[in-house]
Design a protein around this ligand. Structure first.
Ligand SMILES: Cc1cc2nc3c(=O)[nH]c(=O)nc-3n(C[C@H](O)[C@H](O)[C@H](O)COP(=O)(O)O)c2cc1C
Length: 215
């Protein structure tokens, strides 16, 4: 039987983010917009203001895009607090084989934010999630390119954005907005591909943690 995915429900994605001053929140909205554009059902969850239903949304989602402002060269304390609250889910494999991706925003052009993206990827790996990279070539890396390029800061593992520390929350860089929008779009597509594959073949369905080979 051929599967073109037309009978597969829209992928459900959650954007779980922390933003102290609103910059990363603006980028989270861009990720959500890109995912919705690709046909996903999207929910945004501020991880420092979570209610019980938000946990249910995360547990039910096909994929979760994690976002944190870069504070002290890493995810914020609020994001790490959220991460540590997922310990039981990590042990029980609640999020196993969901799709994951990540984005961050810093004040400096670099600001050591690669470390933040790596922390997000490690967090996803600890949950046995499938990490989706940014899928864009680096921008702003030649004499003919510029800061309005998509992926202007040249990240691969996720979306890396930069906002001047004295900017308002609606003054995030337009290139970073488009880059985050692309990330959401890509994650939605990959999630849909995975869902179609799982529906087409039981082999593609996720094995439970206990049925995985021990070698
Ligand atoms: C406690 C703290 C630590 C920060 N550490 C860094 C850092 O390590 N690197 C950097 O480039 N910017 C750093 N910044 C600047 C923020 O990353 C920047 O202002 C960002 O836009 C904040 O995002 P938000 O509005 O989503 O909180 C720091 C800001 C704060 C408040």
């Amino acid at each position: 039987m051929k599967h073109n995915g037309s009978d597969i429900a829209a992928p459900s994605l959650a954007i779980a983010y922390h933003s102290g001053f609103g910059h990363t929140a603006s980028l989270a909205a861009a990720v959500a917009a890109g995912a919705a554009e690709a046909g996903a059902d999207v929910r945004m969850i501020a991880v420092d203001r979570m209610g019980e239903t938000d946990w249910d949304v995360l547990d039910a989602a096909d994929g979760i895009v994690f976002g944190s402002a870069t504070y002290m060269g890493n995810v914020s304390a609020a994001f790490q607090s959220f991460a540590e609250q997922t310990g039981r889910r990590c042990i029980e494999g609640t999020w196993r084989d969901k799709v994951a991706a990540g984005f961050t925003n810093s004040g400096a052009k670099s600001g050591d934010k690669l470390n933040t993206l790596l922390s997000l990827a490690v967090f996803a790996a600890q949950h046995h999630m499938h990490w989706v990279n940014l899928g864009l070539p680096p921008g702003w890396n030649s004499s003919t390119s510029g800061e309005d390029d998509l992926n202007r800061l040249g990240f691969f593992i996720g979306a890396g954005a930069q906002t001047d520390v004295d900017a308002n929350s609606d003054q995030v860089h337009p290139s970073d907005v488009r880059t985050c929008r692309h990330l959401g779009w890509r994650v939605a597509h990959v999630t849909r591909q995975l869902n179609v594959g799982r529906a087409a073949s039981p082999v593609a369905s996720a094995p439970g943690a206990s049925s995985a080979p021990a070698h």
